[in-house]
Ligand binder design. Structure first.
Ligand code: PBG
Length: 325
């Protein structure tokens, strides 16, 4: 005459049992590791707000890439920091720009590693916005040509995937057409479709030297309060030819990852952004959280939310932990 209830703890009795019924897994192949490449020589600058993350000049880049390769990380995402910036962000689409040269170097020395090129202007423009400006306005349509030229020059340099992060309207359509006409119909677009105007990008702007010199990005990046708008953004990008959809940032937006995963049938990527990384590093350095445990829990949560791939600055550490097992 016992009480009637369910015994969920049966499946949690020991490590082997828990591992038998585990539903979601993080794999090293899921990671895309962001790397900052800077013009100049013999540079390895640690970003003060992102411990463990550096800006590398091309002559030092192999140190980083050797480590990436030895850990089994398959994909890197390149951001460039040029010496000179101008109104139009010319450095972004120069055939010998920093990302183009870094791409050539990586594809020559590490042909099996996928190079994902960030396609944006903000690191290259004197005003720090992601498009062309007129007065205090960020212009949409005139920016598309510059972004398309950027994507084509990156594909010419050997980039395997084009990842446009600028949030202009029509950038996927424009870049797809440009790539196709230039003979790069086989190169996929990983679109930052659902990108919120987030305070979590703060440390990245130190790393990429891309802080807007006036105003903010709220006329092109999304309002963090909106969900339905995420469907509109993702839908138009899929129609325009996006091969992957990115939701960004990660942790505070995992509901949106789940929505996008349920609604669309292309691979979904979450971007575990700089501010998320820096918070974990700061708390770990203080001994307030256990770094390995919280990082693996966060990454697992992203997979559980529906992300197929994760762009993360924790990739090298997480790969090391996964390889240890
Ligand atoms: C450029 C870009 C940004 C990030 C990726 N690409 C910054 C921004 O939009 O201001 C942020 C990445 C991060 O915080 O890790 N448009």
């Amino acid at each position: 005459m016992g009480l009637e209830f369910k015994r969920h703890r049966r499946l949690r009795r020991n490590a082997a049992m828990r591992s038998l019924v585990r539903e979601n897994h993080v794999r090293v192949e899921d990671f895309i590791y962001p790397i900052f490449v800077i013009e100049g020589e013999n540079i390895k600058n640690e970003i003060s707000s992102m411990p463990g993350i550096y800006q590398y000049s091309l002559d030092r880049l192999t140190e980083e890439m050797d480590e990436v390769a030895s850990l089994g990380i398959q994909s890197v995402l390149l951001f460039g920091i040029p010496v000179e910036k101008d109104e139009c962000g010319t450095g972004a689409f120069h055939d010998h720009g920093i990302v183009q040269e870094a791409t050539r170097l990586i594809k020559e020395k590490y042909p099996n590693i996928l190079v994902v090129a960030d396609t944006c202007l903000c690191e290259y423009t004197s005003h720090g916005h992601c498009g062309m400006i007129e007065g205090d306005q960020v212009l949409n349509d005139p920016s598309l040509k510059l972004l398309t030229d950027t994507a084509i020059s990156q594909a010419k340099a050997g980039a395997d995937i084009i990842a446009p992060s600028n949030m202009m309207d029509g950038f996927v359509a424009a870049i797809r057409q440009g790539l196709d006409e230039a003979g790069f119909a086989h190169i996929p677009i990983m679109s930052y479709s659902v990108k919120y105007a987030s305070a979590f990008y703060g440390p990245f702007r130190d790393a990429a030297e891309s802080t807007p010199q006036f105003g903010d990005r709220k006329t092109y990046q999304m309002d963090p309060a909106n969900r339905l708008e995420a469907f509109r953004e993702a839908e138009s990008d899929v129609e325009e030819g996006a091969d992957f959809l990115i939701v960004k940032p990660g942790m505070p937006y995992l509901d949106i990852v789940r929505d996008v995963r349920n609604e669309f049938n292309v691979p979904v990527v979450t971007y575990n952004v700089s501010g998320e990384y820096s918070m974990v590093k700061a708390a770990s350095a203080n001994g307030w959280v256990d770094e390995k445990s919280v990082v693996m829990e966060m990454l697992t949560g992203m997979k559980r939310a529906g992300a197929d791939l994760i762009i993360t600055y924790h990739a090298k550490d997480a790969a090391r932990w996964l390889n240890e097992k």
